[in-house]
Design a protein around this ligand. Structure first.
Ligand code: TGC
Ligand code: FAD
Length: 400
């Protein structure tokens, strides 16, 4: 018979933070630490208590938006226009802390900041910036980003949505699929083919011919709204066309911003899973000792810590490169691939270590695991990022 009491085995003194073994925290500036700690407090106190139910109810907790805005988390990298003007590392830390709560929370901020406010700021007219950026920073206007189409999102260059000039206006036709915030957005930045190249259109929710439909029954990112957008001869005034870009470079440069944030975000999800298994395995007594004292469980948790540490160092370095203005999309692809793969593997393994409890929403791994199925797919699938790195290494384009 096994002695089923905990062995009270001598615990080796632990001095390192299990969720930050290389003390990445010490690499952060005072301002970056304030951002991290403030968002962490918001997530722990305000967001986490709502996320499980939001996930179960398949709804986005919109009541958090005013606080998110109040903290300056919307368009945080933009200077002026009521935005916080923070650096890239701070944006990463915001994403990390939000996604420690739930990927849906980070998605909301990613889309608003990187996919809607960023293109308006980078490619918009001064009227467009004045009109949209301040209310978006305040969370009073919500945006969405329409690039993916029903016939295949990995190859946006093959988009069917198109627009034709008609006097001073444009007539827009087509459809977009899997659009975060699609049905709650006041406007959509929609990318469409024109005779003058691929252009971005700010389509307002009440423009005749524009409809949005919620995609229901998702098993992933349930605490986030996802929709399909339809454009049936929508008349868009020239004043709503982004003047600064007329090629695929427009939407792809937005993706570079959002993917960068995701490299940080998924670290938060992975940390939440490791934290859960560290706690759970201390109390779970099997074969006469706590699960945390068995060799294979320790190896699995050590592997989680190794992968989190690697991801942290990658994202921090990426952030410093970004803040120096030298970021290459290939570097972002490598980190999006590495960090999403690490996080989803960690979440799946954490789910397993919790045994039957692992399938319960009372513990976080299954929610993160299901969310990460979306995160590893959107903003470029793992394969797309591997091929982007392959293209950089070889100079040969394997997409064609
Ligand atoms: P390619 O010939 O490579 O490039 C066309 C033009 O774009 C430039 N470019 C980039 N610019 C900035 N950032 C990048 N990452 C860029 N990649 C390319 C490039 O220099 C060129 O510029 P120019 O001036 O010469 O015209 O285009 P390609 O058709 O070969 O595409 C390559 C590929 C496959 C990498 C690209 O199509 C791709 O990334 N596909 C994946 C699509 C994707 O990620 N969709 C995401 C949709 S949005 C979303 O998922 C939001 S989820 C948000 C949430 O809820 O959090
Ligand atoms: P496909 O492009 O059809 O790919 C199918 C499979 O083929 C994948 O496994 C892919 O890796 C593989 N594949 C593709 N090309 C190759 C190749 N050359 N070689 C080998 N394999 C290949 N999009 C937006 O525009 N805005 C949003 O706000 C948004 N939010 C989203 C939210 C959620 C919850 C989800 C799930 C998606 C969202 N997306 C959004 C769409 C997302 O970007 C796409 O799902 C993604 O880009 C993949 O496109 P797809 O689903 O059409 O898959």
């Amino acid at each position: 018979m096994h002695d089923i009491k905990p062995t009270a085995a001598k615990m080796a003194p632990t001095q390192l933070d299990p969720l930050d073994l290389y003390d990445v925290r010490s690499e952060l500036s005072e301002d970056e630490l304030i951002v991290r700690d403030t968002v962490a407090r918001f997530v722990d106190e305000q967001a986490i208590p709502l996320m499980r139910e939001a996930f179960e109810q398949h709804t986005f907790p919109r009541e958090l938006v005013p606080q998110i805005a109040e903290l300056g988390l919307l368009g945080s990298s933009i200077e002026g226009y009521d935005c916080a003007g923070l650096n890239g590392v701070s944006y990463g830390l915001i994403c990390q802390e939000l996604e420690r709560g739930d990927s849906g929370l980070r998605s909301f901020v990613s889309v608003q900041s990187s996919l809607v406010m960023y293109p308006i700021h980078a490619f918009g007219s001064s009227e467009q910036k004045d009109r949209w950026l301040p209310p978006m920073a305040r969370g009073e206007a919500i945006g969405c980003f329409g690039l993916t189409e029903p016939h295949g999102g990995s190859d946006p260059g093959n988009m069917k949505t198109h627009a034709k000039r008609d006097g001073d206006d444009w007539i827009l036709n087509g459809a977009k699929m899997w659009i975060t915030n699609g049905t709650i957005a006041d406007c959509a930045v929609v990318w469409a083919k024109t005779d003058e190249g691929i252009k971005g259109f700010i389509v307002e929710k009440d423009m005749p011919g524009f409809t949005a439909q919620e995609i229901e029954n998702k098993f992933s990112l349930r605490a986030s709204i996802t929709g399909a957008l339809f454009f049936d001869n929508v008349r868009v005034p020239a004043a709503n066309v982004l003047p600064g870009v007329s090629s695929l470079r427009g939407p792809l440069s937005c993706l570079t911003q959002a993917r960068y944030g995701i490299t940080w975000g998924v670290i938060g999800a992975a940390q939440a899973c490791l934290d859960e298994v560290l706690n759970y395995t201390q109390d779970r007594v099997l074969f006469g000792k706590p699960l945390s004292h068995t060799q294979t469980i320790q190896i699995r948790m050590a592997d989680m810590a190794r992968r989190i540490t690697t991801a942290q160092l990658l994202s921090l370095r990426l952030g410093r490169i970004k803040d120096a203005g030298e970021l290459s999309p290939t570097q972002v692809s490598l980190a999006k691939w590495n960090n999403c793969r690490a996080a989803i593997d960690i979440a799946r393994d954490a789910r397993d270590i919790l045994g039957g409890s692992g399938i319960s929403a009372e513990y976080v791994p299954i929610r993160h695991m299901l969310n990460l199925e979306s995160v590893i797919t959107y903003e470029g699938t793992e394969t797309i990022h591997q091929l982007a790195v392959g293209r950089e290494l070889t100079g040969a384009n394997a997409f064609g």
